[in-house]
Design a protein around this ligand. Sequence first.
Ligand code: Z5A
Length: 206
Amino acid sequence: MSGKFITIEGGEGVGKSSNIAFILSYLKDKNIDVVSTREPGGTELSEKIRDLLLDASNKAMVSDTELLLMFAARAQHLAELIQPALKEKKWVLCDRFTDATYAYQGGGRGIAMSRIADLENWVQGSLRPDLTILLDVSVEIGMKRASDRSTPDRIEQEKHDFFESVRNTYLKLAEASPQRYRIVDASQPLDKVQSDIAVVLDEFIK
Ligand code: Z5A
């Protein structure tokens, strides 16, 4: 028996950060011992790799470097934080994980999905999330929400078509793994998004 691994995914400005605090407090109210983390990042070293990945001045970074840095950060994150927590029977709530690599580096950058799958199998072995909540919203709404909030990082500077591919890839991933994925309509008001997430969590916990 180990803990449960929940990931939260979606494109630009879908509201992951806004909903993670809600999910954490919902699980804690059910007396579940849960650790919250994010990708890329989650450990000191992985956060340094995140800085490299998102630094808007790193304009020379090619897609393969981006892909390999995502998995380098993930390897460290798994070894140092995620796997030990799961072994201690804690639940892990992660803001993005490998589905983001399929969506951004696969769908967005056009790297072959089979290459990403090879890295996934190498770095993760058989570990996959138990539940993935996909917050889905149109690219227009998501980009508007994100741009109202902060200066764009290196990946956020991509164009509309890139984010359409990201969204479509997420929807295909969800269709391919219906037992693991739950899609929540993130265009709704935040309280409605959160009540839909609560239904998903209740179904998962029981
Ligand atoms: N990336 C990758 O390429 N490959 C990988 O393998 C991984 C990641 C793991 C960093 O991710 C980047 O790394 C990301 C993908 C890439 N790049 N991009 N682009 P991140 O998750 O840290 O960054 P992000 O996707 O840019 O997330 P974000 O900007 O933090 O957005 P968010 O967390 O989903 O949204 P939010 O901050 O909660 O909400 C945005 C605004 O909308 C905010 O003002 C909210 O108040 C508002 N909001 C939220 N929900 C609502 C509702 N329901 N109604 C109205 N307004 C709302």
